[in-house]
Design a protein around this ligand. Sequence first.
Ligand SMILES: Cc1ncc(COP(=O)(O)O)c(C=O)c1O
Length: 405
Amino acid sequence: MDWGSILSQRMSRMKASEIRELLKLLDQPEIISFAGGIPDPALFPVEDYQKALAGALTGEAAAVSLQYSVSEGYLPLRRWLAAEMGRLGVVCGVENIFITSGSQQALDYLGKLLLSPGDTALVNWPTYMGALGAFNAYEPAYLRLNGNLGAAEVRAEAAASGGRPKFAYLSADFGNPTGETLDRAGREQLLDLAAELDIAVIEDGAYQHLRYEGEAIPPILALEQARVGSIENCRTLYCGSFSKTLAPGLRVGWVCGASAAIQRLVLLKQAGDLHSSTINQIATAQVAETVFAAHVEQLRQVYGRRRSLVLEALAREMPEGVTWTRPEGGMFVWLTLPEAIDGAELLAHALKHQKVAFVPGRAFFADGSNGNTIRLSFSLHEKPAVDEGVRRIGQAIREMMARPA
Ligand SMILES: Cc1ncc(COP(=O)(O)O)c(C=O)c1O
């Protein structure tokens, strides 16, 4: 069977990552890896989930936990999330909360909901590569959100691509891959642009709770609500996730926004996977109700310390010509290398000669530009590994810089 000959058009946009092969080498024990943007498993609230899952499987509860459930999501979890969004400054009810199987599913459904082939999605250069992967299936054109394009230019470019602008996607807090924060003025400006273009804003809050320094800035959705009154008038859809705060393996995320959009997402969920895992939602509701705030506080202490260790090591070890971001939260630091150094080539060299790994930056750019960038995740390592790993990266960069042109 020649599968290639019968594939849908959208599959032409779904490419395996070229760095995957290289990252397979990460299994070697001597490699210090800053590649995976994953939470530290030592910080999972294991006992809390043990209790919650045991309870969910005991007596009559099991009949609910193991049964099909509604597509909107488990009501007590949606109630807790509506209150949590309130703590973030968004006034909403359960009708504004939709549970997804991780926020990745929300990105897929939002692409499905809003994009026809040739429509334009505005994304940052660089942006979360998983968002590009999710949207690609719906065949959009991309325009650079952080490139100071005005509404007229966006409209003209989108028309030239054969569609219209539909949404702007971004993480305002500690995004993947740069770890940077969009300041309040930037958020307001984005809302102005979105209103002028009459497009949606997809706010990815995956790292929202992981702030280690500085004052919290309200989510874009909260700022918009302050302008327009009710969440029902908002064009921003906030995608949240328990993956970075509780546990990614349970696949529980959510969307918060106007009920007119939520109801349509529920239709996609019914057609997609009916509903997210009932028992995982029930257990997550209990864990969230009992330990969320205290647990997040513990994560902030540990990840905040690890972030500082990486920043200190970078200041010590990086050669001249390398710059990096100074994230106030999240899991990532983003390095810009001298132009002649390609991040993927550096990774190949670093894996072989220095036994250290990271993610090359090119895949985070919708146009595949800016190869001279890399992403380091600081979620997993303490001081000895950070010091040694960053020293090795510095050494690998020096070796690449010393190559004959
Ligand atoms: C910015 C961002 N959004 C969304 C996701 C998807 O997370 P999940 O589907 O586990 O909620 C990730 C995962 O790394 C991410 O970094």
